[in-house]
Each structure stands twice: as structure tokens, then as C-alpha cells.
Design a protein around this ligand. Structure first.
Ligand code: FES
Ligand SMILES: [Fe+2]
Length: 385
């Protein structure tokens, strides 16, 4: 975020704090609860949002060097992402061309070759089939034709994008808008180092998990003894970028800005920026690093989802062992708050949605991100029909 925008947003927040006001959507929004349970909708979502749409699979730091790899198992299509011998980010369907066994089983690591456990067909980091045992018995095949199926991939602004459809295209400007890309580029995401992750399987629809990020109205109640110590509740800034949006959660340290000249104001001291990349990604940059949270629907059960929370650090912090340890601990605690507080209420919302006794719930004027998210969700699904 550029300096002028930082100052503008901090001023807005200070004004809201002083005047006891918050962002205002201008009206209430009624949201049908069947959006969290309907199996037909769930099928459409997986098709439209997770098979036909480019996916953010990580940051450049997830593939720190030549021959780093990463597997992604929550998109329907199994994906193997690699940094090849020329340092180029590439992605493949992680399925052996012999009889379809998943080739690389590990989550991440380093490898020059990928060998399928079934009959040891072996592929290199360009996806080329370089080993086929007992070819004289197997029969004549053109090994050049049997490499791993390549997927469209793009590394830009420190983000790793993959299209799960081999014929798909990745157009970041169309997905995120140029304005948001320009802003994300200022966070130097490409410098961040991967620190670790947490994975949570939770009995709630993936959109209920996303919804918990849509407001700070709940900070003084649900997070009374945790996040509320560090954040003001029910006050935020909110802006949209096409289907996506940005929230600025108000840290209590914003008060320090009052003593400082504007030239020293810093958005990461005053706020926690939360970029909600439609439909299932939250990017939260801070002074020390970044949290990347992604929610994926269960392939069968609409009332179940998986959240992946990745932690990253700025290199100067990562270089210091003590700091690294401290931020590992802080990151896990942060993720546990999401699991034990936010996702606990998400799971109870799911029980209500499952019962279908409440046909709808209501989003307040102070919850504009939820208005925008759910109306965008409906519009995009409708237009994909
Ligand atoms: S299925 Fe992979 S080597 Fe046979
Ligand atoms: Fe929360």
C-alpha cells in the first residue's frame, strides 16, 4: 500500500474511532442458509470456483530454490507444483501417465526426479518421462508423449497461480483488477520465506469459514480475551476491488500514530490488512510476514471444509533464530484462535443451516464484506450457468 493511501486509511480509522462510527453498507442483507447445505450448489461451486478458475497455490517462498516442489490436493485435480532446473515455476497434474497413480505423495520438499511408486515410471522437474522400467517388456511407447500433463501456471508479484484446467488461462488483471495487483506488488510478497502451516478439517461449509473474516463486530464478544486485547472491535476500513475486497482491522497500536508525524505512520502498526481474494483466499500481511488462509470445500459433504493456513516471514526476521521461533509460536496461536473461536461458531452455524429451520440469516450494515461476498458469489455462479 503506498504511503498516501496508508495515511488516508489511518485518518479514516482514527476518525471512526473518535466519532464512534464504522463502515456502513447502508442496508441489511438477508442471506439464505441453504447456500451452506445445498448439494447442487456445492457441485456448481466446485466446478465454477475450483475447477474452472485459476487458483492461488502459494507464494514464491513456497518453492525457495531449484527443484523445490509442492503438492496441492484440495482442488479436485491433484497438482504438483515445482521450480524447475531453470528456476521456472511450473505445475502438472500429479497423476502418473501409466495408470494414474498420484506420483508425488509428499506435501513439499526438494526433488530432481519424481518416481511413481506403482511401477517406478520417473519424471523430471520439466514433467518429462525419463524412466520407464523394462520397456522391452512393456512395449513401444513415445516417452516424449507421456510426460506429466502440464497445467497453466504463473508466478507474479510473489504469488503462485495454477489453473486446474489444462486448457484454462490465467488472467490476474481480470481476477483481481490492476488496482489490487498494484497494491499487492508493494507488499514484496516474493521476498517472504515459508515458515510453516496448519491444516484444519472443520464441520462447516467453506463459505462459513470465509464469513468469519468479514467483520470485526464480533471482536469484543467472541475474541474478548484474545484478539480484542490487540484490536479495536466494530471499526474498520473496507474497499472493494472487483470481486475482491480489502479490510483494514484496527489495531490498538493505532493510538501511537497520534503522537507521530504523518510521514512516520505505518499501516502495519495501525492495522492488520486483510485482502479477501474471491472466493476462498485471505491474505494478511504484517510487519513481520504474512498469513495466507485458504478454504476448500469437501468433495462430498457441503457441511465440511478444509482450511489451510500458511505462515511466512520477512527474510530479516527469518534470519534470526530467536525471532523465527517466536513467530512460529505466534503464528500457531493465531491459527488456533481461528480454529477454536471463529471456526467453533462456524460449525454451530452449520448445525443451524443443516436443520433448515432458519431459512435465512441477516448481515448488518456494519458487515459490508459479507454483503459483497455473498452477492458476488450468487452473481458469479448465476453467470456461469
Ligand atoms: S501407475 Fe505409475 S508407474 Fe504404473
Ligand atoms: Fe474472528
Amino acid at each position: 500500500m503506498d504511503k498516501d493511501e496508508q495515511v488516508r486509511q489511518i485518518k479514516k480509522l482514527l476518525h471512526r474511532l473518535d466519532s464512534g462510527t464504522n463502515v456502513d453498507a447502508g442496508e441489511l442483507f438477508e442471506n439464505p442458509t441453504n447456500t451452506y447445505v445445498d448439494p447442487i450448489l456445492a457441485d456448481q461451486e466446485r466446478e465454477v470456483f475450483f475447477k474452472r478458475t485459476p487458483q492461488l497455490v502459494g507464494l514464491s517462498g513456497d518453492l525457495p530454490q531449484i527443484n523445490s516442489f509442492l503438492t496441492i490436493n484440495d482442488l479436485g485435480t491433484p497438482v504438483l507444483a515445482v521450480r524447475d532446473r531453470d528456476g521456472i515455476f511450473r505445475a502438472f497434474v500429479n497423476s502418473c501417465r501409466h495408470r494414474g497413480v498420484i506420483v508425488e505423495q509428499r506435501d513439499r520438499g526438494e526433488a530432481r526426479r519424481f518416481t511413481c511408486q506403482f511401477h517406478r515410471w520417473t519424471y523430471d522437474s520439466e514433467g518429462t518421462l525419463v524412466g520407464l522400467p523394462k520397456q522391452e517388456h512393456f512395449g513401444e511407447v513415445d516417452m516424449n508423449e507421456l510426460g506429466l500433463l502440464e497445467l497453466p501456471s504463473l508466478e507474479k508479484y510473489g504469488m503462485l497461480w495454477v489453473h486446474p484446467d489444462p486448457t484454462g488461462e490465467i488472467n490476474l488483471k481480470e481476477l483481481l483488477t490492476q488496482e489490487l495487483l498494484d497494491e499487492l506488488s508493494l507488499w514484496n510478497l516474493g521476498e517472504l520465506e515459508y515458515l510453516g502451516n496448519d491444516v484444519y478439517d472443520i464441520a462447516c461449509n467453506w463459505k462459513l469459514a470465509m464469513d468469519t473474516f468479514g467483520e470485526t463486530y464480533h471482536f469484543s464478544s467472541l475474541h474478548e480475551t484474545t484478539l480484542y486485547n490487540a484490536f479495536h472491535g466494530n471499526v474498520q476500513c473496507y474497499d472493494t476491488f472487483g470481486n475482491n475486497h480489502r479490510m483494514l482491522l484496527c489495531r490498538r497500536d493505532i493510538d501511537d500514530m497520534r503522537q507521530l508525524p504523518e510521514s512516520e505512520w505505518d499501516i502495519t502498526i495501525a492495522t492488520l490488512p486483510v485482502y479477501w481474494l474471491f472466493p476462498n483466499v485471505q491474505l494478511m500481511p504484517s510487519q513481520e510476514g504474512l498469513y495466507l488462509l485458504r478454504a476448500y470445500p469437501d468433495p462430498k459433504e457441503p457441511g465440511q471444509h478444509r482450511s489451510l493456513i500458511n505462515f511466512y516471514l520477512r527474510p530479516e526476521i527469518s534470519a534470526n533464530d530467536e525471532m523465527r521461533q517466536m513467530f512460529t509460536m505466534i503464528s500457531h496461536v493465531f491459527a488456533q484462535v481461528i480454529r477454536d473461536e471463529d471456526y467453533a461458531v462456524s460449525a454451530s452455524q452449520q448445525v443451524t443451516a443443516n436443520s433448515q429451520t432458519l431459512k435465512s440469516v441477516v448481515f448488518g450494515r456494519n458487515e459490508p464484506a459479507l454483503h459483497h461476498y455473498h452477492s458476488t458469489y450468487k452473481r458469479v455462479l448465476e453467470s456461469a450457468k
